[in-house]
Design a protein around this ligand. Sequence first.
Ligand SMILES: Cc1cc2nc3c(=O)[nH]c(=O)nc-3n(C[C@H](O)[C@H](O)[C@H](O)COP(=O)(O)O)c2cc1C
Length: 228
Amino acid sequence: MCIEKNGCASNLTKQQIQGGIVVKVLAINGSHRKGKNTANMLNIVLEEAKAEGADTELLEITDFNIKPCLSCNQCLRKTSCSIQDDVQVIANKMMEADAVILGSPVYFGNVTGLLKMFMDRTRWMHMCQNLLEGHIGAAVTVAGLRNGGQEVTLNILERFLQSHGLMVVDSRNVQGGIYNIGAVGSLYESLEGEQIRWNSSILDDPLVLHQCRQLGRNIVKAIGKWRG
Ligand SMILES: Cc1cc2nc3c(=O)[nH]c(=O)nc-3n(C[C@H](O)[C@H](O)[C@H](O)COP(=O)(O)O)c2cc1C
């Protein structure tokens, strides 16, 4: 549960969090492949959040039964959905989490089909009331190409989070330089003549690691400000 949101006089410190105040960070991997590049990025964000004292969990979208929205419009009148499947399970975890991170590979300049189905099915969480209002949100994305649609996909993910009332944090260290548009990855390594060399894993890219780690720290800091 998101408990004690207004319970402390000042921002939560790392010591307070590690001293027993529970903060929860949930990541949802929208990739159609478990444990690959998007999952790797999300895991780095979560590792860093954990090091800052957060409880963390990664959900793989492929583990859940998610039917497409029927556009029945029940959600215009009720904070519920007419379809019974696993969306409620994920939704409950989102509502219990202080922060939700969405990850998606770029598929044709957009999020994956499975993640989009899930996103549409969350409409009941914001039509009558914004049930996630004020929670912290963040997004990561990865594409094959160096400029393969990461920026658009990141915008789509962040806009979705904002429409649910989440406060989106980015991967910038405010006391440091600006290195990229966000926690975005590519498998491009270099071009030799006409031959592209690809990284076999997103973990080979130090910039991605840096941005994901910073995002993890920023998320816990934002939770501390929100709950403090
Ligand atoms: C259906 C499909 C569409 C894709 N579209 C793009 C694209 O528009 N731009 C791009 O750079 N890469 C594209 N890719 C490549 C993936 O973004 C890339 O392989 C990514 O690392 C996959 O993430 P994952 O390892 O978490 O599965 C596409 C891959 C698939 C399967």
